[in-house]
Design a protein around this ligand. Structure first.
Ligand SMILES: [Ca+2]
Length: 258
């Protein structure tokens, strides 16, 4: 029921955007109203035309109880890498927050993890596999990684990090959350204050009664780091000689909540 409702909403939004574009001469991609979130996927039903996907990333129907459309970044094979970027670019000179539900699962041990990125390389950007987390080599980027496999410069196999310039061997900031990133679903929230360059990463287990935890806080100038005032926003992930299915169940990017 919810998927048919959201796809109707998506079509309605598209019609409204086209009508707005025809009335004003503005292209549909820049026709978001000021109070409309630039990214809003309660599921990924109807999202095929709103996401650029590369490598192993695809929109699929999940198996199991939920049986909904999800974004699968890696499909459980060896040496895979995938990326997905929202079509509209994100204004990095404004504060925002992004919330997404993640489930990294299937293999034992699981690897390698996934990352939330803002990047100015383009909608085809895709980095290296294994410890590259699908973003190694995306030069004009800031990554918030959720790393489930310990490589040479990693502190452990369950850490968050902020990484600049597409080099996962060098953490600008690193932290270990209290919850496992692998094997159990969790919600992450990345909050950025464009005035102070304050970046916070929160995580919350989906277990009943779980509370949100501020897992990492650092200062980073997103626009300065990617070398542009606006950027593509999305996810990357990879596998190597160990593997996993790495799934995003929902995703929003919007103005910070009060
Ligand atoms: Ca790693």
């Amino acid at each position: 029921m919810s998927s048919s409702r959201s796809s109707r909403t998506a079509r309605g939004g598209l019609v409204a955007a086209l009508a707005f574009a025809m009335a004003t001469g503005v292209s549909p991609s820049s026709a978001f109203a000021a109070d409309e979130p630039p990214v809003d996927f309660p599921t990924f039903a109807g999202a095929s035309h709103q996401l650029d996907r590369n490598g192993s990333a695809d929109i699929i129907t999940s198996s199991g109880r939920l049986h909904q459309r999800i974004l699968r970044l890696t499909a459980g094979g060896f040496r895979q890498m995938g990326s997905a970027w929202a079509k509209p670019k994100l204004d990095l000179t404004k504060s925002f927050e992004s919330t997404f539900k993640v489930y990294l699962h299937h293999g034992r041990p699981g690897a390698d993890g996934m990352a939330f990125l803002v990047q100015a390389d383009g909608p085809r950007a895709l980095g290296g596999w294994g410890g590259g987390l699908g973003y190694r080599g995306i030069k004009n980027s800031v990554a918030v990684e959720f790393d489930t496999f310990q490589n040479g410069t990693d502190p452990n196999d369950n850490h968050l990090a902020v990484v600049l310039g597409g080099n996962p061997d060098k953490h600008s900031a690193v932290a270990e959350p209290s919850i496992p990133l692998y094997g159990r679903p969790f919600t992450a929230r990345v909050a950025y204050d464009a005035g102070t360059n304050d970046l916070r990463v929160y995580v919350r287990s989906l277990r009943a009664g779980a509370t949100e935890e501020l897992a990492l806080r650092t200062t980073v100038d997103l626009a300065g780091s990617v070398g542009a005032g606006s950027a593509w926003v999305g996810f990357t992930a990879s596998t190597g000689s160990a593997l996993s299915k790495q799934d995003i169940y929902s995703w929003t990017v919007q103005a910070p909540r009060a």
